[in-house]
Ligand binder design. Structure first.
Ligand code: GLA
Ligand code: ZN
Length: 692
C-alpha cells in the first residue's frame, strides 16, 4: 500500500487507456513516461467489459500484467472502478440499468454514463466489481488510491427512480398533507392524494416548467442518489484499504450535484479542469478556490486537464506555448496537490481521437506539448515536499450554496439572464484583481475568521443563517449582499414581509419590487455617501478611489432604507434618486447592500476601500494581470506569482530578497514578468502576521 503523498510528491500524469493498443506501444510508453517525469496514472476508467466480459466471469490478468509493468517502472496509479460505462451485456440482460432521460426516453447501449443511479442491478454489479478489485489489488505497492466511476452528474427519470423519489419525499415530509403544504401543490392543482402519484419533474409534465419546489427536491434527491451510488462502491474499497483515499473526479460542470454534500463522503476532492479557451484566468482561479472550499480549505487533486486541445470544444484551440505550465501552476497556487491530465496517449479512434494528449498520434517527443510537459514534470519533481498539503488562508469569504443555485435558476423570473456562477465570478473577480485571497464558504461554515463576507444572490436562506450573518456583522465583520437575497425558505416558499427576509434588519432596508433590465440596458449608480468605515479617511483618503458615477445593469431593486445610510442612488428611470447602495452600521460591523449589479470599476473601488478599512492587502504590489497567491506548509511559505497578461507585467518584491524555486534566481525589488512566466518564491514563515 502506498500513500502517494507520504513523501510530498506532486502527482503528475493522468488517464491512461492501454487496453486500446498493443503491448509494444505500452512498453514504449513506459520510456516516454520516464522521460516526461510522469509518476501517476489513472486506469482502467472505461474497461468494464474487458474486466467482466460476461456477467460473473472476470478477466484480470491483462491488468495484473500492466500493474506489474507500472511498478517495475516506478509508477503509481489510481485504480478506477470502471462503473461509469456499463457493458453491453448488462443493458441487454437488464434494460432497466439504462437511464430514462428528461424526455422520458429509455437509453439504449452505446455510450457512457447512461446508467440509472438507482438501479439495484447496476449497484449489485458495481459493488461486485469493487469487491473484486479491492481483493485483488488492495495490497499492491503502486496503488495510490481509488477513483470511483467517472464524472458523476447525470440524472435519471425512470420508474425505479420515481419510486425511490416518492420514498425520499415521504422521509423528508412525513405525511402527504405536509408535503402538499410545504410544496404548495395547491398552485395549479398539483395536489397529491397518494405517494404513488408522485411524478418526477420531466418534460412529460409541463415541458420542464414544473413545480420549481418539486424540481429542487429532485435535484437534492439526485445528489443523494449519486452519493448512494458512490458509497455503494466506496464503502467496499474503504473497508479493504482504510488507509487509501477514495474519491471520484468531479466534472467542471459543477451545477447538477451538490458538491459540498458529495464531499462529505469523499476523502479528497478531485476535479477536472477544462477552461474554455477564451475564459478569463479569473474563472479557473475561482473554480480552484471553490474546490479548496469543498473540504474547508483542504488541498485537492486536479485529476484531469488537457495537455492540448479539447475535441469537444466548437473550435479546438491548441495550447499556446507556456500555457500548460500557466494552468498547472494556477491549480497548485490555489491548493491543488496534483497536476493530472486527460490523457497520456491519444486514442486511436473514437469520439475523443482528436483530444490532446501527452503522446499524440505522431508518437514523438520533439513536440511542443511533450517538451513542455517534460519541463513541467521535471520542475514538479524538484518541488516535491515543498508545498503539497500546504494551506491557503484568506480573510475574505464568498458564500456559495448549491441548493441556492438550483432554486435561483429554477425560477421563472425575474430575469432570464440569472446565472449564479457568472454572478459569483463578477464579485470574485474584484478580489482577484487586487490579489486578495478568497475562500468559498458554505452556509454551515464558521464565519468568525473572516473580515469580509460576500453573499451574492443568496435567494434561499434560513432564519438561522440570517442570525449567524447578523452576528458576524455585530462582531465587526463586513457583509455584502445583493439583489435576489432572502426571498425563499428551503422549500422555495417565498418569505412574507418583504425581502431580504431574514436579513431585513441586518441591512436596514426592505425591497418593494425588482425591475429587470434588458440585456443591453443600463442604469446609473450615483454616489452620494461614503462607503468607507471608521478608518476609511485615516487609512489614506479612500474618497479618491471613488468616481461620482458608475453604471449598473441586470436587476434593479427598488428599496427603502429605513435604517441604513444611503451611499448611492439610481441615476435613471422612474426610480431615479431612490437608493441603490446602502450601508447599515450594526454593532461593530457594517452590512452593505447592492440593489443592482455594479460595473467592475465600482467593485474595484469597493474592494480598495475595504482594504483601507480592514488592512487586507496583497502579498506584493503588481502591475498587469499578475496573480499572486501563497501556500504555507510547516512554517514555510511558497509564493506563486503567475503573469497572465499578454503584455507582460511586474511585481514589486520590495527590499527583501527571495529565491525563485523554479530557477534558483535570487530576486528583489521590481521584477519584470513576461506573459505566462511563473515564479515560486520561498519565504521563511512570517506569514502571517495576518492572512490576507
Ligand atoms: C472528461 C472525462 C474524460 C474525457 C475528458 C475529455 O473530463 O472525465 O473521460 O472524456 O472529459 O475532455
Ligand atoms: Zn432511474
Amino acid at each position: 500500500m502506498h500513500d502517494a503523498f507520504s513523501d510530498g510528491n506532486i502527482l503528475f500524469g493522468g488517464d491512461y487507456n492501454p487496453d486500446q493498443w498493443d503491448k509494444e506501444t505500452v512498453k514504449r510508453d513506459m520510456e516516454l513516461f520516464k522521460e516526461a517525469g510522469v509518476n501517476t496514472l489513472t486506469l482502467p476508467v472505461f474497461s468494464w467489459t474487458r474486466l467482466e466480459p460476461e456477467e460473473g466471469r472476470y478477466e484480470f490478468e491483462w491488468l495484473d500484467e500492466l500493474l506489474d509493468l507500472f511498478e517495475e517502472n516506478g509508477l503509481h496509479y489510481f485504480l478506477a472502478t470502471p462503473t461509469a460505462a456499463v457493458p453491453a451485456w448488462m443493458v441487454r440482460k437488464y434494460p432497466e440499468t439504462a437511464l430514462v432521460d428528461i424526455s422520458g426516453r429509455r437509453k439504449t447501449f452505446g455510450s457512457r454514463t447512461l446508467f440509472c443511479l438507482n438501479s439495484e442491478k447496476y449497484r449489485e454489479r458495481a459493488a461486485e466489481m469493487a469487491e473484486r478489485l479491492v481483493d485483488r489489488y488492495g495490497q499492491r505497492k503502486g496503488l495510490a488510491g481509488w477513483h470511483v466511476a467517472n464524472e458523476y452528474g447525470h440524472y435519471c427519470y425512470c420508474g425505479e427512480c420515481r419510486g425511490k423519489f416518492a420514498q425520499w419525499l415521504k422521509e423528508r415530509y412525513g405525511t402527504l398533507s405536509e408535503l402538499n403544504r410545504r410544496l404548495n401543490t395547491a398552485f395549479w392543482n398539483r395536489t397529491y392524494t397518494g405517494f404513488d402519484e408522485i411524478t418526477v419533474p420531466s418534460e412529460l409534465n409541463d415541458d420542464n416548467v414544473c413545480n420549481p419546489a418539486l424540481k429542487l427536491c429532485y435535484q437534492r434527491f439526485m445528489t443523494d442518489s449519486t452519493i448512494g451510488c458512490f458509497l455503494n462502491e466506496a464503502r467496499i474499497l474503504k473497508k479493504g484499504t482504510p488507509e487509501l483515499s477514495v474519491f471520484t473526479n468531479m466534472s467542471s460542470n459543477l451545477k447538477s450535484l451538490d458538491q459540498n454534500r458529495l464531499l462529505e463522503h469523499m476523502d479528497v476532492a478531485g476535479w477536472d479542469n477544462y477552461p474554455d479557451p477564451d475564459a478569463p484566468m479569473s474563472f479557473s482561479a475561482m473554480e480552484h478556490d471553490i474546490m479548496r472550499g469543498l473540504r474547508d480549505g483542504q488541498s485537492y487533486y486536479v485529476m484531469e486537464q488537457s495537455p492540448n486541445q479539447q475535441n469537444w470544444q466548437p473550435y479546438n484551440k491548441v495550447k499556446r506555448p507556456g500555457q500548460i505550465r500557466e494552468l498547472a501552476y494556477q491549480g497548485l497556487a490555489h491548493g491543488a496537490d496534483s497536476s493530472m491530465y486527460f490523457q497520456m496517449r491519444q486514442s486511436v479512434s473514437g469520439v475523443e481521437k482528436f483530444h490532446g494528449a501527452l503522446i499524440a498520434h505522431n508518437g514523438r517527443t520533439d513536440t511542443k506539448v511533450f517538451k513542455e510537459m517534460k519541463q513541467l514534470g521535471a520542475e514538479l519533481k524538484r518541488l516535491s515536499g515543498v508545498f503539497v498539503k500546504g494551506e491557503t488562508k484568506a480573510r475574505a469569504g464568498i458564500l456559495m450554496d448549491w441548493e441556492n443555485w438550483w432554486a435561483l435558476e429554477n425560477n421563472s423570473g425575474p430575469s432570464r439572464d440569472i446565472d449564479y456562477l457568472k454572478e459569483l465570478h463578477h464579485y470574485y473577480s474584484a478580489f482577484y484583481r487586487q490579489n486578495l485571497q478568497v475562500d468559498f464558504i458554505k452556509v454551515t461554515s464558521e464565519l468568525s475568521g473572516y473580515r469580509v463576507i460576500l453573499a451574492p444572490l443568496l435567494y434561499m436562506m434560513t432564519g438561522e443563517l440570517g442570525e449567524r450573518l447578523e452576528t458576524f456583522v455585530r462582531d465587526g465583520g463586513i457583509l455584502i449582499s445583493t439583489y435576489l437575497t432572502g426571498y425563499a425558505d428551503p422549500d422555495d416558499r417565498c418569505i412574507y414581509g418583504a425581502y431580504p427576509g431574514p436579513l431585513r434588519e441586518t441591512f436596514g432596508i426592505w425591497v418593494e419590487e425588482t425591475d429587470a433590465l434588458f440585456e443591453d440596458e443600463k442604469n446609473r449608480i450615483c454616489m452620494t455617501g461614503r462607503l468607507s468605515g471608521e478608518n476609511g479617511g485615516a487609512a489614506g483618503g479612500t474618497e479618491a478611489i471613488w468616481r461620482k458615477e458608475y453604471s449598473c445593469d441586470f436587476l434593479c431593486d427598488r428599496i427603502h432604507a429605513d435604517k441604513a445610510e444611503i451611499l448611492a442612488v439610481y441615476g435613471d428611470d422612474f426610480y431615479k434618486g431612490e437608493p441603490c447602495v446602502t450601508m447599515n452600521r450594526l454593532g461593530k460591523g457594517r452590512a452593505i447592500y447592492l440593489a443592482s449589479r455594479p460595473e467592475a470599476a465600482f467593485l474595484d473601488a469597493l474592494v480598495l476601500s475595504l482594504m483601507a478599512d480592514t488592512g487586507m492587502r496583497p502579498l506584493f504590489p503588481s502591475e498587469g494581470e499578475v496573480e499572486i497567491t501563497s501556500r504555507v506548509k510547516n512554517g514555510k511559505e511558497s509564493i506563486f506569482i503567475i503573469c497572465h497578461d499578454p503584455h507582460g507585467g511586474s511585481v514589486d518584491l520590495g527590499g527583501q530578497s527571495y529565491t525563485d524555486m523554479l530557477t534558483g534566481r535570487i530576486l528583489q525589488g521590481k521584477t519584470e514578468l513576461s506573459h505566462r512566466e511563473v515564479l515560486i518564491l520561498s519565504k521563511e514563515q512570517t506569514f502571517s502576521e495576518e492572512p490576507r
